[in-house]
Design a protein. Sequence first.
Length: 361
Amino acid sequence: MTAAPDTPLIVNALGELHNPNAALDAASRLQQAGDELVVDARALDEARASGLTAVTITLGYVMGDQPPFRHTLDEISVWNGILHDHADRLLHVRTAADIHRARREGRIGVIYGFQNAVAVGEDLSRVRTFAELGVRVVQLTYNQANHIGDGSMAPGNRGLTPFGRQLVEELNDQRLMVDLSHSGERTCLEAAALSRQPVSINHTGCRALADLPRNKTDEELRLVASRGGFVGIYFMPFLTTDGHPTADDVVDHLVHAVNVCGEDHVGIGTDGPVTAIDDLDAYRAAIDEQVAERRRAGVGAAGERPGVVPFVVDLRGVDQFRRVITLLAARGWSSTRIAKIMGGNFLSYAARVWPTGSAPG
């Protein structure tokens, strides 16, 4: 099944491609690489039904006690197996052309991305290794500081380390996206100024609308866009200071980002799945426990607290992208601008950064 010709190409710059309900249902739980990850028929059917063309998934080390490099290689292997098992429905995206191919063939493009570059360690040659394995997005930091730079919750806001500057240069050499989501303000500004290739903030909000550290200032947004980069707006609780945003808040952040960056540099990076949570009460209890664990580990973000779920409640399920499109049209946006926001801008940005060619399978 290929996409309808009038459906805009939809690329989620950071999302999830699994069934989150399986982790709440012990009877259907699958264990892969020690983690709960269920890419089942429901997840794939609903991703397709949503109109999704491609999505950047998070794999590899983000936080915790696992050895970062080994854990990351293991998760790449897991996803390679998932793509092999569902080759008729999924396509590993290595180039911008592969996103077009996924749409043409009615498959979902899967982009391998990191949300923490700690797995590089002190060995820059690992960047080439990850590139050869098909990783295409490398986020420099998570919320905390690492040996590359300060994250959004690091109190010092110290920017890039000397090694971090070397890493940005190596990511440029390997034609990988430098993703500045979760970064501290100085880390973001310094990396965007240093990078020879355009950089991205694949999932964020606008701090001018909600003054929280996970959101980006107009200065950061403007600099990234001015150098040919990309900014993805998430469907996350950080869009409002009370932690309970609605779909209209998502649109407000998209409107503000376009006003700051221009309509050619903004898109979506939901930071969530297409498949909706079936039992919200059970999920809220699980999330409250996770929030407490993240706080104890020192990796939580301001705005995470009990009772706050990591998505926009009225933007769940297979209609989330269509609802955003409808709301943007109601704001007077043209179909051309909407198509850019929903996927065209990420595709253009990928073409500016990634190597050319096509995936073999």
